[in-house]
Design a protein around this ligand. Structure first.
Ligand SMILES: Cc1ncc(C[n+]2csc(CCOP(=O)(O)OP(=O)(O)O)c2C)c(N)n1
Ligand SMILES: [Mg+2]
Length: 709
């Protein structure tokens, strides 16, 4: 036993059989610890050490402080608990189980003892890391360090927004707090720092992070890479910083939580010194306690140090469930019942607001949300899709009161400022505005959007497409959680011009298309942009709207197909003149216009070209085979795809021998017209590729007559 471990063990809980009466509180804490140890042991994988260390803090928070009704884990004004150090998932599962958190959809408990026994196994409610939507009571999917911290800032911002929107002087509907447990890794990740900085700016006094300061990460002691003064850093962000020197000192911790609740002007960080693997004589305070089973012998010794029966597995001693029922159970039920009564009175006094809140909770859209979506007249000069989309965004947001968002300091470029009357800013003293200034913090923006969406708001965030790279992790998680977050990405290609290759996206589109469940839309003109917004608003998962900086002609729809085709992902915009389709030109965004010009030139040479506008692969893939065949008939193998981005993946639509005009490297700094020509996004080049395709397939047909492959 290390000296430190020995000293900790000597301070361990009173022994069950050792004369001193074990307190019920201590039993509950040790139940959390031993359930975590046993579950990891049984799964032969997982993270036992942190639940063992944080059990007293989790117990104290849930049992004594959290305003949460286990019978209704979706109650709108519940305090939120985020486990940003998601690897400690067993801590959360043990608490959800012991507190009796219900899964209303299953009419049973969120987590059974059996789920815990099947930790990390297929079908268990206890997957390796907490998954939102999979386990009732899990507020957000966590595991990638730093994300939960970022999400908690969104949740706290949403709490303030809900309070500012719905509370009335005589009646408070919203005053929830957000607690996040986080680890050394969370503190090291940039996203948490960005989010903390934003939270400090917004003075989110309803936000409390509990930092598990255990000086251990996977590769060893934190001192190999991390020695900054976290407390001073957070003080610099404008946080209230408290320190609890012993994670086992539940009274001190409770006092710190109390201090948080009395701090009305800034967020709180509680630095909690803990011992990873607490009580395990050979592994405590070492990284060996982080991410692998302790081993049978060590488990026994740890249990002995707690005064626990060494042979018992998955033991929940008598009185433990009852204790939770009498603590958080009773308190939560009373709080929620009181809230529900209040809400009934509220509904009578403010029926419209009550209905709005219920619509938000159901993620309904307000009636008439699209009544003012403009349509754009044909115009050969046209406008940039960012400008068209900005107008549409404002038209929708004005009629969609809980649709909020902003930019990572690029509103002037992304055109996402909400400018209608009454669309105020979200600021420390103005929590219920509609414009949220994220600052130059794309990663935090993504994580905050997730937190906002988890609390019922419909959030959007914008930046340049190139900087979507800075926010991929939360976008991926939004897709995993099926959150209806919206990303507006402008400056979508080399078409942005002189800023050059650092700002010109190449591989971003295909990267975003690769995220399961994320819908990417790259409209070709103003009316497609309007249509894209309509589609996005109706989605129940995340979407990217990809827009140009440069002007694009507004296509004359009197002769060509209506932009309503956007909803199907791809549609025949213009068909071959005399009905015979020799070649199909497929374009997205700004390259659709290039395809239209090529079609005309080809017609002059007697070649019939169909132009397919394909703003969204994902939406097209959701169509039935019949529609897809109609748009891209197998009988026309001559195909050219044109997109000013990586060519990767386009063979899916043009076939292995089709032509793809795209980017094969990075762009360059130059005026747009020079770039478009240089990189081949000019009608002449498309014409040439189309003719080569037609020739190729004519040759092919001659060489292998019909019926022969
Ligand atoms: C973004 C990210 N990078 C890496 C990991 C892999 N990982 C999981 S936990 C961890 C660090 C563990 O140290 P700490 O955060 O202090 O947690 P503790 O072991 O103290 O609970 C790492 C690197 C991750 N989950 N997320
Ligand atoms: Mg650590």
């Amino acid at each position: 036993m290390t000296r430190r471990a020995a000293s900790m063990a000597s301070r361990a809980a009173p022994r069950a059989g050792g004369g001193t009466e074990r307190s019920l509180d201590q039993s509950c804490i040790d139940t959390i610890r031993t359930l975590a140890m046993d579950a990891v042991e049984q799964a032969k994988s997982g993270h036992p050490g942190t639940p063992m260390a944080l059990a007293p803090a989790a117990y104290t928070l849930w049992q004594r402080v959290l305003r949460y009704d286990p019978a209704d884990p979706a109650w709108p004004n519940r305090d939120r608990f985020v486990l940003s150090n998601g690897h400690a998932s067993m801590l959360l599962y043990a608490v959800l189980h012991l507190a009796g958190v219900a899964d209303k959809s299953r009419n049973g408990p969120a987590v059974t003892l059996d789920d815990i026994k099947r930790f990390r196994q297929l079908g268990s409610r206890c997957p390796g890391h907490p998954e939102y939507g999979h386990t009732a009571g899990v507020e957000v999917t966590t595991g990638p360090l730093g994300q939960g911290c970022g999400n908690s800032v969104g949740m706290a911002t949403a709490g303030r927004w809900l309070a500012g929107t719905f509370n009335r002087p005589e009646m408070t509907l919203f005053d929830y707090d957000v607690y996040a447990f986080c680890s050394d890794g969370d503190m090291m990740e940039g996203v948490a720092s960005e989010a903390a900085s934003l939270a400090g700016h917004l003075k989110l006094a309803n936000l409390c992070w509990i930092y598990d300061n255990n000086h251990i990460t996977i590769d060893g002691p934190t001192k190999i890479a991390f020695d900054e003064d976290v407390g001073r850093r957070f003080a610099g962000y404008g946080w209230n910083v408290l320190h609890v020197e012993d994670a086992n000192d539940t009274e001190r911790f409770a006092r710190a939580l109390e201090a948080f609740r009395h701090t009305g002007d800034r967020p709180t960080l509680i630095i909690l010194d803990s011992h990873i693997g607490y009580g395990a004589p050979h592994k405590q305070d070492t990284s060996a306690a982080h991410g692998e089973p302790l081993g049978e012998d060590e488990v026994r010794l740890a249990k002995r140090s707690y005064g626990w029966p060494e042979d018992a597995k998955f033991l929940v001693p008598e009185g433990v469930y009852e204790n939770f029922r009498n603590g958080i159970g009773k308190r939560g039920r009373a709080l929620r019942a009181d809230w529900s009564r209040r809400f009934e009175t509220y509904r009578q006094r403010h029926p419209d607001l009550a209905a709005r809140l219920e619509a938000m909770e159901r993620r309904d859209l307000p009636a008439g949300w699209d009544a003012e979506v403009p349509s754009f007249p044909p115009d050969p000069k046209g406008l940039a899709t960012r400008d068209a989309a900005g107008k549409v965004l404002n038209a929708i947001a004005q009629r969609y009161p809980w649709f909020i968002g902003g930019a990572a300091d690029l509103n002037a470029s992304t055109k996402t400022a909400l400018t209608f009357d009454g669309a105020g800013e979200i600021e420390p003293g103005e929590p219920a505005g509609r414009n949220l200034h994220f600052g130059i913090r794309e990663h935090a923006m993504g994580a905050v959007l997730n937190g906002l969406a988890l609390c019922g708001l419909r959030p959007f965030g914008s930046t340049f497409l190139i900087f979507s790279d800075y926010m991929r992790p939360p976008m991926r998680l939004a897709a995993m959680m099926r959150l209806p977050t919206i990303y507006v990405f402008t400056h979508d290609s080399i078409g942005l011009g002189e800023d050059g290759p650092t700002h010109q996206p190449v591989e971003q589109l295909i990267g975003l298309r690769a995220v399961p469940g994320l819908v990417v839309l790259r409209p070709a003109d103003a009316n497609e942009a309007a249509q894209a917004w309509r589609v996005i608003i109706g989605l129940d998962g995340p979407a990217c709207l990809v827009l140009t900086r440069q002007k694009l002609p507004t296509i004359d729809r009197r002769e060509l197909a209506p932009a309503a085709g956007v909803a199907r992902g791809a549609y025949v915009l213009a068909d071959a003149d005399k009905g015979r389709i020799d070649v199909i030109l497929i374009g997205t965004g700004s390259e659709v216009t290039v395809c239209l010009a090529a079609r005309q030139a080809l017609a002059g040479e007697g070649i019939g070209a169909r132009v397919v506008s394909m703003p969204s692969w994902e939406l097209f893939e959701r169509q039935g085979q019949a529609y897809r065949d109609e748009v891209l008939p197998a009988s026309v193998p001559a195909r050219v795809a044109v997109e000013a981005a990586s060519t990767l993946g386009w063979d899916r639509y043009v076939g292995p021998r089709g032509a793809i005009i795209g980017m094969h490297g990075f762009g360059a700094s130059a005026p747009i017209n020079d770039l478009m020509k240089e990189f081949g996004f000019a009608p002449e080049n498309v014409v040439e590729a189309a003719k080569a395709q037609v020739a190729l397939w004519r040759r092919h047909d001659q060489e292998s007559p019909a019926g022969v492959a």
